[in-house]
Structures are given as C-alpha cells and as structure tokens.
Write a protein that binds this ligand. Structure first.
Ligand SMILES: Nc1ncnc2c1ncn2[C@@H]1O[C@H](COP(=O)(O)OS(=O)(=O)O)[C@@H](OP(=O)(O)O)[C@H]1O
Ligand SMILES: Nc1ncnc2c1ncn2[C@@H]1O[C@H](COP(=O)(O)OP(=O)(O)O)[C@@H](O)[C@H]1O
Length: 204
C-alpha cells in the first residue's frame, strides 16, 4: 500500500449513537440486502419494488443500483475482473455507511465473483448482510434482454459480458434464493419481505 505510513496515523472516531438506539427509534434494523445475478435476472426490479414497499411502511430504505453507481462513484471502472472487484469494494463500502445510518440498503450488482462477494460480506457484522441470489436461466435472461445488451454481446459489440463472454459464479450459501423465471415480481419481492419479518429486521 503506497500510503501505509499515513494509515498508521488515522484513528477511528466513535459515534455516541449506538446501533441499538437507532433500532429502537426506527423500529427496524439497518442491513444490506445484496442482490446478485445475471443481467436481466430481476435485481433492479425487485430492489425498487422492495424499496417502495418499505417506504410505504415508513421504513428507511434505499437502493444502490449497479447501473446508477457506474454513472457516478464508479464511472471510471469497466468490466475486467479487476474493475469489477473495485466496483464491488467501493459499492460495499458505500453501502456500509448507509447500514451504519440504520437504513435497509438494497445493493443490486451482478457481482459475478464469489471471492468479491465474500470480501463484501466480511465488511459487515453477522446478520447485517443478506445475500440474495436472483436466479434465472441464462436463456430466459437473454430472451428478456430489457436493455438489448445480450444482442450486442452476441455480436461482439460488448465484450466480457457476464454469462456470454465472462463468468458468473452462483452463490453457494445465500440467505435467500429467488427463482424469477417461475415467479411474478410481486411474489419475488414478497419473499424478501417475509424474510425481513421472520428474522425481525422489521419490528412491526
Ligand atoms: N460487459 C458487461 N457485463 C455485464 N454487464 C454490463 C456489461 N457492460 C455493460 N453492462 C451493464 O452494466 C450493468 C452491470 O454493472 P454491475 O456494476 O452490476 O456489474 S459488476 O457487479 O461489476 O459485474 C448491467 O446491468 P444489469 O443488466 O442491471 O445487471 C448492464 O446493464
Ligand atoms: N419475478 C421477477 N422478478 C423480477 N423481474 C422479473 C420477474 N419476472 C419477470 N421479470 C422481468 O425481468 C426483467 C428484469 O430486468 P431487471 O430488473 O432490469 O434485471 P437486472 O437488474 O437483474 O438486470 C424486467 O423486465 C422484469 O419485469
């Protein structure tokens, strides 16, 4: 690390507001719901649907969407394995700030490499990280092709496209698996809402 010496002189500052204080005030926990899956599997649709459902219940929730982050914070990054790793690292660090603030944070990123997702998980306390595998066969994603990207990947106009010319490693032990080729969007969102209620992320 180029600034290892400088890092030695940086100290963590402690908030006077405890995590439990926020939980009691907000009546819900802060956590990260990490949605991983192929392009077109349904990550964004599900995230924004849950954000709306939670908002209607007066729960603080916010979506950090991979596409949107790549317009700002991550605009300098492409799709090589190294750039994806940095994309995921920065996004996870940003999400951690939201979680510390007590917000239910939905992060939808293809995040194709297991090692990168595991590194993200390691940033969070046990129970604060909910990995959701948004599972959908490649041929169904390709048929949906909501942005016409698979077509471009097949002609070679887009290189290193996940599922076509770059790998996707499915999670081994995600907290939730959502099968979006056999469910409606509403059913998929409800599956995550049910998890939040069952494990008391929501108090009422
Ligand atoms: N080469 C390549 N591979 C995959 N995806 C591509 C590529 N080029 C552009 N896009 C568009 O970028 C979105 C994926 O960005 P992410 O930040 O989620 O990707 S990653 O987590 O860093 O792998 C992805 O969004 P979603 O379709 O919502 O998944 C695509 O719209
Ligand atoms: N159960 C489901 N959950 C989420 N999306 C679904 C589902 N069934 C069909 N879809 C459709 O699949 C597409 C998924 O696109 P999108 O949410 O942009 O995926 P991603 O963010 O993973 O690229 C949308 O057109 C959506 O309406």
């Amino acid at each position: 690390m180029e600034n290892e010496t400088d890092q030695k002189h940086i100290y963590r500052q402690q908030s006077k507001v405890m995590k439990s204080d926020r939980y009691h005030r907000n009546r819900h926990k802060g956590c990260i719901i990490w949605l991983t899956g192929l392009s077109g599997s349904g990550k964004s649709s599900i995230s924004f649907e849950i954000e709306r459902l939670l908002f209607e219940r007066n729960v603080s929730a916010y979506v950090l969407d991979g596409d949107n982050l790549r317009h700002g914070l991550n605009r300098d990054l492409g799709f090589s394995a190294d750039d994806r790793r940095e994309n995921i690292r920065r996004s996870a660090e940003a999400a951690k700030l939201f979680v510390d603030a007590g917000i239910i944070t939905l992060l939808s990123l293809i995040s194709p490499y297991r090692v990168d997702r595991d590194a993200a998980r390691a940033l969070f306390e046990a129970g604060d990280f909910i990995e959701v595998y948004v599972k959908c066969p490649l041929d169904v994603c390709e048929q949906r092709d909501p942005k016409g990207l698979y077509k471009k990947a097949r002609t070679g106009e887009i290189r290193e496209f996940t599922g076509i010319s770059a790998p996707y490693e499915p999670p081994l032990q995600p907290e939730i698996v959502i099968q979006t080729d056999s469910q409606t969007l509403i059913e998929s969102a409800e599956q995550i809402m049910q998890y939040l209620r069952t494990y008391q992320y929501l108090q009422d």
